[in-house]
Write a protein that binds this ligand. Structure first.
Ligand code: MF3
Ligand code: CO
Ligand code: CO
Length: 255
Protein backbone atom coordinates (compact mmCIF):
# COMPACT_ATOMS: atom_id res chain seq x y z
CA UNK A 1 0.00 0.00 0.00
CA UNK A 2 1.27 3.45 -0.89
CA UNK A 3 1.66 5.65 2.21
CA UNK A 4 0.79 9.26 1.46
CA UNK A 5 2.69 11.56 3.83
CA UNK A 6 1.20 14.54 5.66
CA UNK A 7 2.90 17.97 5.38
CA UNK A 8 4.31 17.33 8.87
CA UNK A 9 5.82 14.03 7.75
CA UNK A 10 7.32 15.69 4.67
CA UNK A 11 8.98 18.21 7.01
CA UNK A 12 10.53 15.32 8.96
CA UNK A 13 11.67 13.67 5.73
CA UNK A 14 13.44 16.90 4.76
CA UNK A 15 15.77 16.31 7.69
CA UNK A 16 16.57 12.63 7.02
CA UNK A 17 17.04 13.45 3.33
CA UNK A 18 19.30 16.43 4.05
CA UNK A 19 21.49 14.23 6.23
CA UNK A 20 21.69 11.56 3.53
CA UNK A 21 22.60 14.30 1.03
CA UNK A 22 25.19 15.81 3.36
CA UNK A 23 26.80 12.41 3.84
CA UNK A 24 27.04 12.00 0.09
CA UNK A 25 28.70 15.43 -0.22
CA UNK A 26 31.12 14.52 2.56
CA UNK A 27 31.98 11.32 0.69
CA UNK A 28 32.63 13.34 -2.46
CA UNK A 29 35.01 15.67 -0.60
CA UNK A 30 36.90 12.79 1.01
CA UNK A 31 37.16 10.60 -2.09
CA UNK A 32 40.68 10.22 -3.49
CA UNK A 33 42.86 7.67 -5.26
CA UNK A 34 44.66 5.39 -2.81
CA UNK A 35 41.91 5.21 -0.18
CA UNK A 36 39.91 2.06 0.48
CA UNK A 37 36.14 1.88 0.12
CA UNK A 38 36.11 1.03 3.84
CA UNK A 39 37.70 4.40 4.65
CA UNK A 40 35.08 6.13 2.49
CA UNK A 41 32.35 4.24 4.32
CA UNK A 42 33.79 5.46 7.63
CA UNK A 43 33.46 9.08 6.47
CA UNK A 44 29.78 8.42 5.77
CA UNK A 45 29.21 6.63 9.08
CA UNK A 46 30.87 9.49 10.99
CA UNK A 47 28.84 12.15 9.18
CA UNK A 48 25.47 10.43 9.69
CA UNK A 49 26.03 9.58 13.34
CA UNK A 50 27.40 13.06 14.13
CA UNK A 51 24.06 14.42 12.85
CA UNK A 52 22.22 12.15 15.28
CA UNK A 53 20.96 9.87 12.51
CA UNK A 54 21.35 6.18 11.70
CA UNK A 55 22.88 4.70 8.54
CA UNK A 56 19.86 2.64 7.46
CA UNK A 57 21.89 0.30 5.26
CA UNK A 58 23.97 -1.02 8.16
CA UNK A 59 22.48 -4.36 9.09
CA UNK A 60 19.76 -4.15 6.43
CA UNK A 61 19.30 -7.82 5.44
CA UNK A 62 22.75 -8.25 6.99
CA UNK A 63 24.52 -5.61 4.86
CA UNK A 64 27.76 -4.76 6.70
CA UNK A 65 28.45 -1.21 5.44
CA UNK A 66 26.98 2.21 6.25
CA UNK A 67 26.70 2.85 2.50
CA UNK A 68 26.91 0.87 -0.72
CA UNK A 69 30.13 1.70 -2.58
CA UNK A 70 30.36 0.29 -6.10
CA UNK A 71 33.35 0.81 -8.40
CA UNK A 72 33.44 0.73 -12.25
CA UNK A 73 31.54 -2.40 -13.41
CA UNK A 74 29.93 -2.70 -9.98
CA UNK A 75 26.45 -1.20 -10.31
CA UNK A 76 25.05 -1.23 -6.77
CA UNK A 77 25.38 -2.85 -3.32
CA UNK A 78 29.18 -2.87 -3.26
CA UNK A 79 30.41 -3.86 0.21
CA UNK A 80 32.94 -1.42 1.69
CA UNK A 81 36.27 -3.21 2.07
CA UNK A 82 39.70 -2.43 3.48
CA UNK A 83 41.31 -4.24 0.54
CA UNK A 84 39.32 -2.44 -2.17
CA UNK A 85 41.53 0.52 -3.11
CA UNK A 86 40.12 3.33 -5.24
CA UNK A 87 42.36 4.40 -8.11
CA UNK A 88 42.73 7.28 -10.57
CA UNK A 89 40.24 6.93 -13.43
CA UNK A 90 37.67 4.96 -11.41
CA UNK A 91 33.98 5.78 -11.24
CA UNK A 92 32.63 5.25 -7.74
CA UNK A 93 28.92 4.98 -6.96
CA UNK A 94 28.05 5.86 -3.38
CA UNK A 95 24.51 5.13 -2.15
CA UNK A 96 23.53 6.52 1.26
CA UNK A 97 20.33 6.08 3.26
CA UNK A 98 19.91 7.85 6.59
CA UNK A 99 17.17 7.58 9.20
CA UNK A 100 16.24 10.15 11.83
CA UNK A 101 12.99 10.77 13.73
CA UNK A 102 11.65 7.54 12.23
CA UNK A 103 11.98 8.61 8.58
CA UNK A 104 14.48 7.76 5.85
CA UNK A 105 16.17 9.68 3.05
CA UNK A 106 18.04 7.88 0.27
CA UNK A 107 20.39 9.16 -2.43
CA UNK A 108 23.22 8.04 -4.67
CA UNK A 109 25.83 9.66 -6.88
CA UNK A 110 28.51 8.19 -9.12
CA UNK A 111 31.74 10.14 -8.59
CA UNK A 112 34.80 10.32 -10.81
CA UNK A 113 38.33 9.93 -9.47
CA UNK A 114 40.70 12.24 -11.37
CA UNK A 115 40.56 11.91 -15.16
CA UNK A 116 38.10 9.31 -16.43
CA UNK A 117 37.63 8.01 -19.97
CA UNK A 118 35.25 9.89 -22.30
CA UNK A 119 33.12 6.73 -22.32
CA UNK A 120 32.79 6.83 -18.54
CA UNK A 121 31.98 10.56 -18.60
CA UNK A 122 29.25 10.03 -21.20
CA UNK A 123 27.67 7.19 -19.23
CA UNK A 124 27.62 9.28 -16.04
CA UNK A 125 26.21 12.37 -17.79
CA UNK A 126 23.45 10.29 -19.35
CA UNK A 127 22.53 8.45 -16.16
CA UNK A 128 22.46 11.62 -14.09
CA UNK A 129 20.37 13.49 -16.66
CA UNK A 130 18.03 10.48 -16.90
CA UNK A 131 17.36 10.90 -13.18
CA UNK A 132 16.31 14.51 -13.81
CA UNK A 133 14.21 13.49 -16.82
CA UNK A 134 12.39 11.11 -14.46
CA UNK A 135 12.03 13.78 -11.77
CA UNK A 136 10.42 16.16 -14.30
CA UNK A 137 7.57 13.65 -14.59
CA UNK A 138 7.13 13.29 -10.81
CA UNK A 139 4.00 15.45 -10.70
CA UNK A 140 0.52 14.91 -9.27
CA UNK A 141 -1.78 13.45 -11.91
CA UNK A 142 1.02 11.65 -13.75
CA UNK A 143 1.65 7.94 -13.27
CA UNK A 144 4.73 5.98 -12.24
CA UNK A 145 5.02 4.74 -15.84
CA UNK A 146 5.59 8.32 -17.00
CA UNK A 147 8.69 8.52 -14.80
CA UNK A 148 9.86 5.04 -15.83
CA UNK A 149 9.42 5.77 -19.52
CA UNK A 150 11.26 9.09 -19.33
CA UNK A 151 14.30 7.41 -17.74
CA UNK A 152 14.26 4.48 -20.16
CA UNK A 153 13.83 6.57 -23.30
CA UNK A 154 16.58 9.01 -22.37
CA UNK A 155 19.12 6.22 -21.75
CA UNK A 156 18.20 3.90 -24.60
CA UNK A 157 18.26 6.73 -27.16
CA UNK A 158 21.89 7.23 -26.19
CA UNK A 159 22.77 3.55 -26.60
CA UNK A 160 22.75 2.50 -22.96
CA UNK A 161 20.98 -0.37 -21.21
CA UNK A 162 18.42 -0.13 -18.40
CA UNK A 163 18.83 -2.73 -15.67
CA UNK A 164 15.51 -4.49 -14.96
CA UNK A 165 16.44 -6.54 -11.92
CA UNK A 166 16.59 -3.57 -9.50
CA UNK A 167 14.23 -0.60 -9.30
CA UNK A 168 13.37 2.54 -7.35
CA UNK A 169 10.80 2.61 -4.56
CA UNK A 170 8.65 4.57 -2.17
CA UNK A 171 10.30 5.67 1.09
CA UNK A 172 9.24 6.81 4.55
CA UNK A 173 9.34 4.95 7.86
CA UNK A 174 10.85 2.14 5.79
CA UNK A 175 13.76 2.46 3.37
CA UNK A 176 11.71 0.51 0.82
CA UNK A 177 7.97 1.15 0.57
CA UNK A 178 5.39 1.00 -2.22
CA UNK A 179 5.17 1.97 -5.01
CA UNK A 180 7.77 0.23 -7.15
CA UNK A 181 9.53 2.73 -9.42
CA UNK A 182 11.09 0.87 -12.37
CA UNK A 183 13.50 2.56 -14.75
CA UNK A 184 11.57 1.13 -17.71
CA UNK A 185 7.90 1.15 -18.62
CA UNK A 186 5.07 2.67 -20.57
CA UNK A 187 3.65 6.17 -20.16
CA UNK A 188 0.20 6.31 -18.55
CA UNK A 189 0.66 3.00 -16.68
CA UNK A 190 1.09 2.23 -13.01
CA UNK A 191 -0.06 4.01 -9.84
CA UNK A 192 -1.21 7.62 -10.15
CA UNK A 193 0.92 10.19 -8.33
CA UNK A 194 -0.73 12.29 -5.63
CA UNK A 195 0.66 15.05 -3.40
CA UNK A 196 2.39 13.57 -0.34
CA UNK A 197 3.85 10.51 -2.06
CA UNK A 198 7.60 10.26 -1.56
CA UNK A 199 9.58 8.12 -3.99
CA UNK A 200 13.18 7.27 -4.79
CA UNK A 201 13.99 7.54 -8.48
CA UNK A 202 17.24 5.73 -9.19
CA UNK A 203 18.37 4.96 -12.73
CA UNK A 204 20.76 1.98 -12.80
CA UNK A 205 22.32 2.04 -16.25
CA UNK A 206 24.82 -0.30 -17.96
CA UNK A 207 27.24 0.34 -20.79
CA UNK A 208 26.85 -2.89 -22.77
CA UNK A 209 23.86 -5.01 -21.66
CA UNK A 210 20.83 -4.91 -19.37
CA UNK A 211 21.90 -7.99 -17.43
CA UNK A 212 23.69 -8.08 -14.12
CA UNK A 213 25.54 -10.72 -12.12
CA UNK A 214 25.60 -10.97 -8.34
CA UNK A 215 29.05 -11.73 -6.96
CA UNK A 216 29.68 -14.68 -4.63
CA UNK A 217 29.65 -12.18 -1.71
CA UNK A 218 25.83 -12.26 -2.36
CA UNK A 219 25.62 -8.44 -2.51
CA UNK A 220 27.71 -6.79 -5.19
CA UNK A 221 25.70 -6.35 -8.41
CA UNK A 222 27.95 -6.18 -11.49
CA UNK A 223 27.44 -5.34 -15.19
CA UNK A 224 27.21 -8.81 -16.75
CA UNK A 225 29.91 -8.14 -19.38
CA UNK A 226 32.22 -6.43 -16.93
CA UNK A 227 31.77 -3.03 -18.59
CA UNK A 228 30.90 0.18 -16.77
CA UNK A 229 27.67 0.92 -14.91
CA UNK A 230 26.27 4.01 -13.20
CA UNK A 231 23.72 4.86 -10.53
CA UNK A 232 22.19 8.16 -9.40
CA UNK A 233 19.32 8.55 -6.95
CA UNK A 234 17.16 11.21 -5.32
CA UNK A 235 14.34 11.13 -2.79
CA UNK A 236 11.50 13.14 -4.34
CA UNK A 237 8.19 14.33 -2.84
CA UNK A 238 5.13 14.78 -5.04
CA UNK A 239 3.50 18.17 -4.39
CA UNK A 240 0.68 20.29 -5.83
CA UNK A 241 3.27 21.84 -8.11
CA UNK A 242 6.93 21.21 -8.87
CA UNK A 243 8.60 17.97 -7.75
CA UNK A 244 10.42 18.55 -4.47
CA UNK A 245 13.91 16.96 -4.43
CA UNK A 246 14.38 16.26 -0.72
CA UNK A 247 18.00 15.11 -1.19
CA UNK A 248 19.01 18.13 -3.31
CA UNK A 249 22.58 19.29 -2.73
CA UNK A 250 25.42 21.10 -4.44
CA UNK A 251 26.50 17.77 -5.95
CA UNK A 252 23.66 17.46 -8.32
CA UNK A 253 23.17 19.68 -11.31
CA UNK A 254 19.79 19.47 -13.04
CA UNK A 255 19.74 20.85 -16.57
N1 MF3 B 1 20.04 2.60 -0.72
C1 MF3 B 1 19.61 1.43 -1.46
C2 MF3 B 1 18.43 1.82 -2.32
O1 MF3 B 1 18.57 2.76 -3.05
C3 MF3 B 1 19.40 0.23 -0.65
C4 MF3 B 1 20.54 -0.13 0.22
S1 MF3 B 1 20.69 -1.81 0.26
C5 MF3 B 1 21.47 -2.10 1.72
O2 MF3 B 1 17.36 1.27 -2.32
F1 MF3 B 1 21.49 -3.34 1.89
F2 MF3 B 1 22.68 -1.56 1.67
F3 MF3 B 1 20.82 -1.53 2.67
CO1 CO C 1 19.85 4.24 -2.31
CO1 CO D 1 16.80 3.67 -3.16
Amino acid sequence: MIQVKSPKEIELMKRSSAIAAGALEAAGRALHAGMSTWELDKVIYDYITSEGAIPSSKGYCGFPGSACISVNSELIHGIPSKTKIIKEGDIVSVDVTAEVDGYNGDNAYTFTVGEVSPEARALLDTTEQALYEGIKMARAGNRIGDISNAVQTYCEQRGYFVVRKFIGHGIGHEMHEDPEVPNYGKPGRGPRLVPGMVICIEPMINQSCAEVIIRPDKWTVVEANGNLSAHFEHTVAITDGEPLILTASALHHPK
